[in-house]
Design a protein around this ligand. Sequence first.
Ligand SMILES: Cc1cc2nc3c(=O)[nH]c(=O)nc-3n(C[C@H](O)[C@H](O)[C@H](O)COP(=O)(O)OP(=O)(O)OC[C@H]3O[C@@H](n4cnc5c(N)ncnc54)[C@H](O)[C@@H]3O)c2cc1C
Length: 354
Amino acid sequence: MSETPTPQLGSFVRELTVADVIAETPDATSIVFDIPEGDEKEFRYKAGQFLTLRVPSERTGSVARCYSLSSAPDEDSQLKVTVKRTRDGYGSNWLCDNVEPGIKIHVLAPSGIFTVDNFDQDLILLAGGSGITPVMSILRTALKRGTGHIVLLYANRDEQSVIFAEQLRQLQEANPDRLSVIHWLESLSGLATPEMIGNILQPVAAKRHTYMCGPGPFMESARAGLRRSGADMHLIHQEVFSSIEGDPFAEVVIAEPVEGDDEPATAIVELDDEVHEVSWPRNTPLLDVLLSQGIQAPFSCRKGECSACACILKSGEAEMMHNGILEPEEVEDGFVLGCQLLPKSDKVEITYNE
Ligand SMILES: Cc1cc2nc3c(=O)[nH]c(=O)nc-3n(C[C@H](O)[C@H](O)[C@H](O)COP(=O)(O)OP(=O)(O)OC[C@H]3O[C@@H](n4cnc5c(N)ncnc54)[C@H](O)[C@@H]3O)c2cc1C
């Protein structure tokens, strides 16, 4: 079998060394990474964000897979992701079978918008199976940094498959007035239906922000349950676990302008503590323009499917070529995907900071 040639990696690709591997359950493994000295700023993350890992493949060169950080930024000096085997899945099984301390893995910097603005508010957290990973980071951060009350409803197949069971028990014990953990085990109670989820959440759903993550059917039941319990659907935040297609690690190539092209637009982009003003060719997605100029905007799939590059259109006009992830409510709130965004007006202001 001939190996697929490796495309040139983008200058934005980083390498992490595995420090530890932890068997969490029979089919879930945590991978702990050291943060290279000097790269602390690049690997700064918010609870709920994820890393994109480059998994080697003899068939395609590599596949890109996202894994939420289950570590908590305020408490852990290392990065930790937790990978659950997907039946017949390539990337998750490769990682669970091959990763050991000392090996190096190419990654993209942390990204994602499944994050909490205000940790002092009361929260509902809903997790199914491996969906606990970003939820765990949010939970620990909220308990450490905030003051609100938190209800966590965590659904699993059976007791054996509960990831972080002991850690959750300890958090509950240490925070009896602030945390209620409700475990839902399919082996004991059957699938969690919208009626059951609605009944459990009804006393608390009305005004709380909800963060949920899990397999598709769980998320559907949870959404329907929240609707039944009178929740404001604008306060629901969800992280959808899917596999990336394509190669987001490849270097960005910007087409040279040719005669007859329209004049480029101007993008004014707020990112972290800086404001960048860049020339924006009309046929080039904003993310590619920023990366090609060495501006480290967040991203993962580069295909409009993952929301890691979501930002807010502050003024001017721009349109997305494809939106495979943002909910209508998020688009109404001004969110756009940087990797799919083309300018429609001469000047466009964007912020990644809200
Ligand atoms: C934001 C985000 C966060 C996530 N966080 C987590 C998390 O915390 N924990 C977690 O467990 N999951 C998480 N996921 C899901 C994760 O990214 C993967 O989708 C999941 O692990 C399944 O990937 P897989 O490759 O095992 O399975 P699949 O994607 O189902 O694998 C099958 C695919 O791999 C291809 N394939 C098969 N063999 C090969 C080969 N030899 N070479 C190349 N391609 C091959 C097939 O063609 C097929 O397309 C997250 C996803 C997202 C988007």
